[in-house]
Ligand binder design. Sequence first.
Ligand SMILES: NC(=O)c1ccc[n+]([C@@H]2O[C@H](COP(=O)([O-])OP(=O)(O)OC[C@H]3O[C@@H](n4cnc5c(N)ncnc54)[C@H](OP(=O)(O)O)[C@@H]3O)[C@@H](O)[C@H]2O)c1
Length: 306
Amino acid sequence: MAFTIDTKFKLNSGYEIPQLGFGVYQTPPSETSRCVTEAIQAGYAHVRAFSFYQGMRANTDHVQIDSAAYYQNEAACAEAIRSFSREKIFFTTKIMPYTLGYDSVHSQINRMLKDTGLGYLDLVLIHAPYGGSAKRKESWKALVEAVEAGKVRSIGVSNYGVAHLDELEKHIAELEKERGGKEKGGVISVGQWEIHPWCPRNDIVEWCKKRNIAVEAYCPLVQGNRWGEPTVKKLAEKHEKSEAQILIRWSLQKGLVPLPKSVTPERIVANAQVYDFELAEEDMKSLDIGVYEHVSWDPTTSLLED
Ligand SMILES: NC(=O)c1ccc[n+]([C@@H]2O[C@H](COP(=O)([O-])OP(=O)(O)OC[C@H]3O[C@@H](n4cnc5c(N)ncnc54)[C@H](OP(=O)(O)O)[C@@H]3O)[C@@H](O)[C@H]2O)c1
């Protein structure tokens, strides 16, 4: 498949998600608006539509920004987003970890809408499965109701293991019965996990691919912990690209939705310049490293009762 900066995936909700996203975890609120603006201008968008930002003409098409209640920078993202055309920006946020529950999810979504002033949220994810089965089901039901109310367009989960995903399918079937009909249980559009060559999560990716669930890859740059690793370094030299660009390209060619983060203007630009080269089959194979070494937290292995 040929990728371009315009590549989008059609979600189970019917909406489209741009394949390349921009992450803002650990981006200080005071810097977030500048970084999101630079990402939008950098070509996480395609040169097509125009809008004004501080008197400048900016290039935007569909841009994806990944925030979370936990990051405390949703409002700062929205400040930048509001300077562009709302329909062109795909804004994701996440329910605060360890706060699952029906009322909690409803009130968090209302709070997100109020703080961002965005009118609707493109994607809301359950950030982590912690809370136990009953809370996960109630939280999902609250997300489904938020979609029905037009507050949220697409919903999904993050950091769920295969057991949590199987349970979610069971919950969806139960909600369909309880709420009277197909679709009343909601559809899973997106899942988000730490994924890179040292943590490929093939089982989860396969589970999602079978169901057309878009798989977002967080920490696609391994949080900067693997620079200089011989395999990636060799590929960077071969393709005359940076190691970061090799890792982002790996993610794209795996059919994932990578969410690289940076606060550095040159890196924000360079991380989107990944469409003028291709990793060959043997290059991709050389990145099948066969280990399970995550750099972030790993709730996927938590028990269903946790
Ligand atoms: N759902 C979850 O539980 C979860 C967990 C973690 C992350 N996420 C999401 O995924 C996004 C990405 O993950 P992440 O921020 O943890 O890690 P990441 O994107 O893998 O790495 C970010 C680090 O790489 C550096 N960097 C970026 N571009 C670079 C380049 N071209 N050359 C060298 N260094 C570069 C950044 O430095 P500078 O910023 O200083 O440039 C930063 O230190 C997050 O922002 C967040 O949106 C989700």
